[in-house]
Each structure stands twice: as C-alpha cells, then as structure tokens.
Design a protein around this ligand. Structure first.
Ligand code: AMP
Length: 289
C-alpha cells in the first residue's frame, strides 16, 4: 500500500493511473476507521482496479462550537485497517496544504440543506462539497463510495455531481450497525456506558416508525410524533430532530406515498448521533445493499 501525503504527488499518480486505463474507486473518510468504512472499502475493491482511501478531518465542515479539535484520530490504526483491506493508496493530505490561505471561492448549496443536519450545522455541507470537489480532482475516481448513515450527505453530493457534471458514479452503501442496531460511528467512543446502552433508541425508534408505515400509516406528522415519543421514553439523550422527508430531494411530504427518509439526530453529553432509514410507501427498505 502506498501512503501519499502530498497533493501534487497524489494528482500525478492518479493521472498516471487514469492514463494507463485503470478504474479508480475512491472512499473519502475522516479516519478513525471502523467496520462502516471497511464496508465501503470492500465494495470499492470488488468494482475497481485501484482503490484510494483518503483520511482528512476537514476543518471546513465543522462549526465553531463543534468537535474538530477533539474529533478522534488514530493514524497508525487506520493504516493497519487500510492494509488489511488491500487498499492501493492511502491519501492523507495536511490541512495546511489543502487550505493554504484565504479562499477566493466558496460553494453555495440551494437545495437539500435547509432540513435535517443542515438546519443545526450551518455551513457543514458547503464544507463537505468543497473538500470533495478538491478530493475528486486529486484522485480522479470513476466511482466514489458513501455510506447511507450520512444520507443527507449522499443527497447533497449527488446534487454536486449532477449539477457540476463530475464524471463520477456515486455508490451508496448500507449502514453498518453494532449487534444491537446502533449505527457504527467514530463518535460512538464518546458515549458513556449508560448512554451507549440507551443509544439503541435511535435505531429502534426508526424501526418503530418504519413499521407504522408497513402497517398502513401514511401521515408523516403522526409518525414523527410517535418516533419522538418512543425515543424520549427510551433515552435521556436530547432529540435534535426527527424528520420524515422525500428522498433524495429532502422535501416535505403530505403523506408517505414515495421513497422517504425517516431520520433522527440525538445529542448526548459529548456526541451527537445521527441515523436514518430510507423506505417506500410500504415500509420496505430501499437503497439497502
Ligand atoms: P466519516 O469518516 O464519518 O466521514 O465517514 C466516511 C464515510 O464512511 C462516509 O461516506 C460515511 O457515510 C461512511 N460511514 C460512516 N459510518 C458508516 C456506517 N456505520 N456504515 C456505513 N458507512 C458508514
């Protein structure tokens, strides 16, 4: 496995690979790799000649009161995980080289961000698409892999790639969970033991909401209220939002008669957790693969 830290070296190498006709699969991450990330790597390996994984904790996508400084990092462990998954290139750029001085260009998103995490994390998705634009230019992938745990991110990146004609196929990957249903996340290490126990409430609440649809409920407000009530009864975590919207457009629906996302975010003392399910009007999970 080749570890590349320099932007210029990454771009030169990607260019050479591209010229020699290799297909490149790209898995962008913020490191502290877990089985969720590994699932993306495995999918990328089966579909591409070369797989590039990036590790970059992107300061632009963290708000002033968010956890950029204490976001968990463990490069040694990440290198081992990438090696174990036969990754060809691990790209670890430095903040100073990615953002050397004041930027002249900022990106503005007009849809899909005034809901869910976009509401409380102002500027977050602009930071995400800025870094992805740079990373796409540096790694020249034909396919890029994203987890559906961050389903709003997938919807926004889908808009980026379509609106700006990136020649990249986005591949959505099903959320990997702990045995009790909690979505795997780098931030789970910040949960206290009781919080960790209670955090299953997110997934259980989502399944409860999905089952309401499965058994014929179509009213989104009713479903959202019931899910909120369920989560509040199971955990002391503070709900940031429970929302049910069309997917991937992320617009309100009057009733559930198309593909929708039921999504939650809950604050614990040192971590904010998110989770979601995407399903159709019969409550059947879609996009799961
Ligand atoms: P992050 O390092 O948190 O920025 O995540 C990097 C990529 O891994 C994103 O596309 C995430 O959606 C994806 N990811 C994170 N957690 C999971 C999970 N539990 N299951 C599947 N994909 C995940």
């Amino acid at each position: 496995m080749k570890i590349i830290r320099s932007i210029r070296e990454m771009q030169q190498y990607a260019n050479e690979l591209k010229m020699s006709g290799k297909s490149i699969g790209f898995v962008p991450t913020m490191g502290f790799l877990h089985e969720g990330h590994e699932s993306l790597m495995k999918r990328a390996k089966t579909n591409n000649d070369i797989v590039i994984v990036s590790i970059f904790v992107n300061p632009l996508q963290f708000g002033p009161n968010e956890d950029f400084d204490r976001y968990p990092r463990d490069e040694e462990h990440d290198i081992l995980v990438a090696q174990k998954n036969n990754i060809d290139i691990l790209f670890i750029p430095q903040v100073e080289e990615m953002y050397p001085n004041d930027r002249s260009i900022t990106m503005d998103i007009t849809k899909r961000t005034d809901v869910l995490c976009g509401r409380s994390r102002v500027g977050h998705f602009a930071g995400v698409i800025t870094v992805l634009t740079k990373l796409f230019h540096l790694t020249l992938p034909s396919q890029a892999y994203f987890g559906l745990k961050d389903a709003q991110q997938f919807a926004v990146v889908d808009a980026l790639v379509n609106d700006l004609n990136f020649p990249i196929e986005l591949v959505p990957v099903t959320t990997v969970r702990e045995q009790d249903g909690l979505a795997k996340s780098s931030r789970n290490v910040y949960l206290s033991e009781p919080e960790r126990q209670e955090a299953t409430a997110l997934y259980q609440g989502l399944q409860f909401g999905r089952q309401l649809v499965e058994t014929g409920t179509r009213d989104p407000d009713y479903i959202v209220n019931e899910v909120e009530r369920f989560i509040n009864s199971q955990t002391r975590g503070k709900i940031d939002y429970v929302e049910l919207l069309s997917y991937p457009d992320l617009t309100p629906v009057d009733e559930v008669n198309e593909q929708v996302i039921l999504a939650v975010a809950v604050f614990y003392e040192h971590a904010r957790l998110i989770d979601n399910l995407i399903f159709d009007q019969n409550g059947k999970l879609t996009l799961d693969r």
